[in-house]
Design a protein around this ligand. Structure first.
Ligand code: TYM
Length: 357
């Protein structure tokens, strides 16, 4: 009897620097946990990294470090296909074709675009944010700074990464769900415009819990590189302890069972990710009866984080030293990823009427 085909999973991380705990819990750890059971494809999104115009030397170094971090966290190249986005020339080709079916309006309304465009122009989000005032801000911006077209079409490129492999499951953190929604919309639109059934509609990978959003330690909503509030997998234990001990808190609960302020709730979110349920319960009880000492909570949290990151950090340094191995992994990965990508691209070209005479 033929063994049933495994479902295709695909996800990527941009090469914009070292990976942090947000990337780890939002993406990387999930990648590792499913690699035995699915046809897994994990890549380094260096073309997406170009949207913020990085320094070329740093971009190149980042591709290598993210690759080492993938491997150190436990992604096994014998089980999963690991590749670099720019090694697949079919991706930019399909990006051009798919863009013909994507509206600039829907791209401009994407939350991540609004965010990044404002950042690029040095603007703050107004209190009463509307799509109209946003368009005015961007198109009529009185500044010599620019919002590049690559940033606008970021979701097209992400949809291409997914659709070119015909992936149906995409493990990502909460911040990427809107891009996934757009990918489904583009797939549906293409299929229905040409009356074909080329693209399956991908969904988030359902791990049974709520989508993960790892908070920062500065009381802000999200851990992110541009937020400057990251705990990196490569951070030395000393550095990690220092960062955790400096985390923002408040004056402590003033009455039993009082609601938690955002910075303190964030510490608990991190504790829930890195610690055991009994430790979490101990500190929750202490918060509820006002006996909590934030210093103790931070010390515990720092040790639990170090226990997660330290073995990974040690492996990262070993793997980075083995250039031949790194090259072999991505060469093999690109070969496998290109096989499926070129098949999808030629189907798409045929459907759209782009083929040689
Ligand atoms: P990037 O590099 O911004 O993020 C990579 C992954 O890390 C997750 N993540 C978080 N999860 C929880 N809490 C956080 N604080 C946090 N910060 C980051 C992100 O949700 C993401 O899963 N556009 C993608 C890269 C990409 C991609 C794709 C992903 C390009 N093409 C195709 C899936 C499929 C991104 O944002 O990467």
């Amino acid at each position: 009897m033929e063994t049933p085909k495994k479902e295709i999973v695909l996800s990527g991380i941009r090469s914009t620097g070292n990976l942090h705990l947000g990337n780890y819990y939002g993406a990387l750890r999930k990648f590792v946990s499913i690699q035995n059971d699915y046809d897994c494809n994990f890549f380094i999104a260096d073309l997406h990294a170009l949207t913020t115009n990085p320094d070329p030397t740093q971009l190149h170094a980042s591709v290598k470090s993210v690759l080492a971090e993938y491997l150190a966290a436990g992604i096994n190249p014998e089980k999963a296909t690991i590749f670099i986005q720019s090694d697949i020339p079919e991706i930019p080709q399909m990006y051009l074709l798919l863009n013909m079916h994507v509206g600039i309006g829907e791209l401009m309304r994407t939350a991540s675009f609004k965010d990044k465009a404002r950042k690029a122009l040095g603007l703050k989000t107004p209190e009463n944010d509307t799509d109209e005032n946003f368009e005015h801000e961007i198109i009529g911006a009185e500044t010599n700074k620019r919002v590049n077209a690559g940033l606008l079409t970021y979701p097209t490129l992400m949809a291409v990464d997914i659709l070119i492999q015909k992936a149906t499951k995409v493990p990502v953190g909460k911040d990427q769900l809107q891009h996934l929604e757009l990918t489904r919309r583009f797939a549906r639109r293409f299929n229905s415009f040409y009356g074909v059934d080329l693209f399956p509609e991908p969904t988030d990978f359902d791990f049974g819990g709520a989508p993960v959003k790892v908070p920062g330690l500065d009381g802000s909503g999200k851990m992110g590189k541009s937020e400057g509030n990251c705990l990196y997998l490569i951070d030395d234990p000393k550095v990690l302890r220092k960062k955790v001990m400096r985390a923002t808190t408040d004056e402590g609960p003033q009455a039993p069972n009082s609601p938690m302020s955002e910075p303190v709730a964030n510490l608990f979110t991190l504790l829930e990710l890195t610690s055991t349920p009994d430790v979490v319960k101990h500190f929750r009880d202490a918060y509820a009866d006002c006996s909590i000492r934030y210093g103790d909570l931070k010390k515990q949290l720092a040790e639990d984080i170090v226990a997660v990151t330290n073995p990974i950090r040690e492996r990262i340094n070993d793997i980075l030293a083995n250039e031949d191995y790194l090259r072999r992994v991505v060469r093999d990965g690109a070969e496998r990823a290109r096989a499926r990508a070129s098949e999808t691209l030629s189907e798409m070209r045929q459907i759209m009427g782009i083929h040689s005479l």
